[in-house]
Design a protein around this ligand. Structure first.
Ligand SMILES: [Zn+2]
Length: 425
């Protein structure tokens, strides 16, 4: 099937594109009170879907499609209108790769190195040239054509490091791993087509590499375009303005993703059920985004697909990504002074502020006031232990989620959206 037809077939398999609370023959469902049982039921459903679907709900998998169907069903059950919005995204898959050092020998694939998402295909044979963060021309001044550049993970986007190394004539780029374990990082160049082979190397190994070490490296990967679907639900309400919230529905391929981001999905579904078919003021719209983990594609495609006039009607966007961490530190992001920022902080009682890249970024870039909640990933929390020790791992299951905290944050989300709905003009 051609991609567009495949997407239409996908949308058909997931149910009608437009349906919800407008059926006059069906009694409107009553709003429910958000409690731990309700929140846990959504987490359990997402875990079951992953378990029945090869262990995950990653972009392009049957697990993702089943999760999208589940979300659409819950929203319709709450009396909401549901739209499935297909979108295209660049796809990349490793075929084979190798790295050999002289001196040092072959590196072990997966343990010592792995190609970054969207690495170019190709091979290199040259001396290693450490170049700091490889963000500026000054850092790359010593690079000669054919060198294999070694870069630290800080200072700028990985894509910028790759572009800088390529511009300096490098034949490949080795990136020191930002994480302690290569398998837990989802580092990405975010776009295909840079052409340069780029490989992530285990941090302690990269730290010991000497300038001039001969590096022989090969990466073979396939690329293309695929289609996936966002699920967008909306309550009834008054006027043309809307208040929005959302979070990503896809997991990483390594696990079921129940804190990341089943927690946000569960809180949003409970919020829809808590608000019921009709918001008190402006309609509330919730987005369940695809392909966040490979580079924030679903929400970006959604924002990009809206005509400017429709985009201006979105009064605010609240993002939930990882809101039930087991050893949590509750933080919020977005401007403090905005209406959303004030209402959110008043209800969430955060321990501090944070920043980061998730599905709020495309909304912020489009001029929509954004905010969000985050309870922590690999960073240290109480007792010096990681806030989420199962981040991007197979153990990110229901047992990894702090359900009482998630329930509290789901109620805070509902209260914030209801207040915004009342105030929106
Ligand atoms: Zn996430």
């Amino acid at each position: 099937m051609r991609p567009l037809l495949a997407a239409l077939a996908l949308a058909a398999a997931l149910g009608a594109c437009d349906s919800g609370g407008d059926d006059p023959d069906r009694p409107a469902p009553a709003p429910v009170r958000i409690d731990a049982q309700l929140v846990r039921s959504h987490l359990r459903a997402l875990e079951r879907i992953a378990d029945r679907s090869g262990g995950d709900r990653a972009a392009g998998t049957v697990g993702y499609r089943r999760a999208a169907r589940y979300v659409a069903g819950v929203l319709r059950g709450a009396g909401w209108t549901v739209r499935l919005r297909p979108f295209a995204y660049p796809w990349w898959s490793e075929r084979s790769s190798s790295v050999r050092l002289d001196p040092g020998g072959a590196l072990r694939h997966g343990r010592d190195f792995r190609p970054i998402l969207f690495s170019g295909s190709g091979s290199a044979d040259g001396p290693l040239r450490p170049a700091g963060n490889a963000c500026s021309a000054a850092e790359l001044a010593g690079v000669r054509p054919g060198d294999v550049v070694l870069a630290l993970p800080a200072g700028c986007l990985f894509r910028v490091k790759a572009e800088s190394a390529r511009a300096a004539g490098a034949s490949a780029l080795l990136l020191a791993d930002p994480a302690r374990r290569p398998s837990t990082s989802t580092a990405t160049l975010t776009v295909p087509g840079l052409g340069l082979p780029v490989v992530i190397v285990r941090r302690d190994l990269a730290d010991r590499l000497a300038a001039g070490t001969r590096v022989r490296l090969s990466v073979r990967a396939a690329t293309g375009r695929r289609r996936d679907v966002n699920v967008v639900g909306q309550s009834a309400g008054r006027g043309s303005a809307v208040v929005m919230a959302g979070g990503h529905l896809d997991s990483v391929p390594a696990g079921p993703g129940i804190n990341d981001n089943g927690s946000g999905v569960a809180a949003l579904l409970a919020t829809a059920q808590g608000i019921g078919p009709r918001a008190p003021g402006a309609p509330v719209r919730l987005g369940f985004w695809g392909v966040e983990e490979f580079g924030i594609y679903g929400s970006r495609a959604y924002v990009g697909s809206l005509p400017a006039g429709e985009r201006r009607l979105i009064r605010s966007y609240l993002n939930l990504d990882m809101v039930g961490s087991p050893n949590p530190v509750v933080t919020v992001y977005g401007k403090r002074a905005s209406r959303l920022g004030r209402l959110l902080r008043r209800r969430v009682h955060p321990a501090g502020d944070t920043s980061g890249a998730s599905d709020h970024v495309p909304f912020a870039e489009a001029g929509v006031p954004v905010g969000g909640v985050f309870t922590g990933a690999t960073d240290r929390g109480p007792g010096g232990r990681p806030r989420d020790p199962c981040y991007h791992l197979a153990c990110d299951r229901l047992s990894n989620v702090n359900v009482p905290l998630l329930t509290r944050l789901a109620r805070a989300t509902e209260a914030t959206l209801v207040a915004l709905s009342r105030q929106a003009k």
